[in-house]
Write a protein that binds this ligand. Structure first.
Ligand code: MG
Length: 447
């Protein structure tokens, strides 16, 4: 089977006006409209190129006979929720955490999940190779505006928690001028929290910080946490499928620890399998097993996590939780996609229950040392096969690239989908062990 050419693990992405153009958006609209008949929801993040791409995408959908409901600016998980509730498919115009000049399109299936590989390849073939039939004048689609629908998503998240669960809790929120401006401050206010915000005006120039919620970009949020005496700082990426946190002293909480902390909370209520990509820190597996839960590893990419969760459920396995070690967490009794607003609310529930500073809960997590590097090489696949034979006597997992598991450490080496390089992750409780393991891999690769 041919691989995907336009679409990566998170849809089509590119620099607006260069590779992500209105004509490409139009082609995606025409292709999707000819593949998924009926009523299609579209939404976007706050990027300046969003309206032009949105109009082009809509034109393609309408011309192929689909009705289009434009939900305006909202988080990706909000559109995913609305698609599952009301529509036959959806598309979000977003480049997630990428810099402001980027944009892209993610296609959403009727069940609210992102389109899987096979269907994406079919869609691409239509975009690249085929002439899509247009409908006659009396079959053209209708356009509806429905910016108010985002409130259904907000209601759905709020209803997952006890009324007033956030009372007495002060939080500082940084939506980064992205799509979460429309949702997270309101969700937290409705849970009863006292909410302070920074970068909470929608602005596709991202004047406050880049859409990626990095430690550096969140320094002003840290200041706001300390100035307001907040118990927690909350930040999102551009389309708010991820949430990251600062503790009450304004210090960044590493996202694998965030995953483990929320996993322990979720598994306290509902035991079952926890699903995560092979790139996730072992801290999550350790906490999961301590809670009496099983773990299942998938290839890297949230869509693989979401689809594995659905497949496990279909075969009768109870799935408790899933996610990635980047603040993108999936709550199966809410929806099968990463949800930043839900993650923000879940941290409030943890604070309400534990009644202690979040830094204490983080400090109770097992410590680990993580090394992440990119290693250039002409033939990434050959580099991985070489490691496969070099480490053949060890415990090896070939779910994605190669993961070498040792007693208290592990290493993952996987090819980049887009560049001639491999990504290497090594983790160990001790820095020295991680360094030695990393050196060993470099030596076997002849680096
Ligand atoms: Mg995102």
């Amino acid at each position: 089977m041919r691989g995907k050419r336009l679409f990566g693990t998170n849809g089509v992405r590119g620099v607006a006006g260069v590779d992500m153009t209105p004509s490409l958006a139009l082609s995606i609209g025409l292709a999707l409209g000819s593949m998924r008949k009926g009523s299609i929801a579209i939404g976007r993040d706050t990027r300046t190129s969003g309206p032009a791409l949105g109009c082009a995408l809509k034109a393609g959908l309408l011309a192929t006979g689909c009705d289009v409901t434009d939900c305006g600016i909202l988080p990706t998980p909000a559109l995913q929720y609305l698609v599952r509730q009301h529509f036959d498919a959806g598309a979000v115009i977003t480049a997630s955490h990428n810099p402001p000049e980027y944009n892209g399109v993610k296609v959403i299936e009727p069940d609210g999940t992102e389109m899987g590989d096979e269907e994406t390849i079919r869609l691409e073939l239509r975009i690249l190779d085929e002439k899509v039939p247009l409908v006659p004048w009396n079959a053209a689609g209708r356009e509806y505006q429905a910016c108010h629908l985002v409130h259904e998503y907000i209601d759905a998240v709020v209803q997952k928690f006890l009324p007033g669960i956030g009372e007495g809790i002060t939080v500082a929120v940084d939506p980064g001028c992205g799509a979460a401006c429309a949702t997270t401050p309101e969700i937290l206010t409705r849970l009863g929290c006292r909410v302070f915000t920074i970068n909470s005006q929608m602005d596709g120039n991202f004047p406050g910080r880049p859409p990626e919620p990095s430690t550096e970009g969140l320094l002003p949020l840290g200041d706001l946490v300390r100035a307001t005496g907040a118990s927690l700082g909350i930040a999102h990426d551009g389309d708010a499928d991820r949430a990251v946190f600062l503790d009450e002293q304004g210090r960044f909480i590493e996202e694998n620890k965030e995953f483990a902390l929320i996993a322990s909370q979720v598994c306290g209520i509902q035991k079952g399998t926890i699903v995560m990509p092979v790139s996730t820190s072992r801290v999550v597996e350790t906490i999961a097993r301590n809670c009496g839960c099983d773990v299942k590893y998938t290839p890297v990419g949230s869509i693989y996590v979401a689809r594995a969760m659905r497949a496990l459920e279909a075969e009768g396995t109870l799935v408790a939780f899933g996610g990635e070690g980047n603040g993108g967490l999936i709550y199966p009794d809410h929806q099968y996609c990463r949800d930043g607003g839900m993650t923000a609310a879940m941290m409030i529930a943890i604070l309400a229950k534990e009644r202690c500073p979040i830094s204490e809960l983080v400090a109770a997590m097992p410590e680990f040392h993580l090394i992440k590097e990119k290693i250039r090489g002409k033939d990434p696949a050959a580099m991985i096969e070489r490691l496969n034979s070099e480490f053949s006597r060890e415990s090896i997992d070939r779910t994605d690239g190669i993961r070498i598991n040792r007693a208290d450490s592990w290493a993952l080496v996987r090819p980049s989908g887009t560049e001639p390089l491999v990504r290497v992750i090594v983790e160990s409780p001790q820095k020295e062990t991680a360094d030695l393991f990393f050196d060993e891999i470099m030596q076997k690769l002849g680096k």
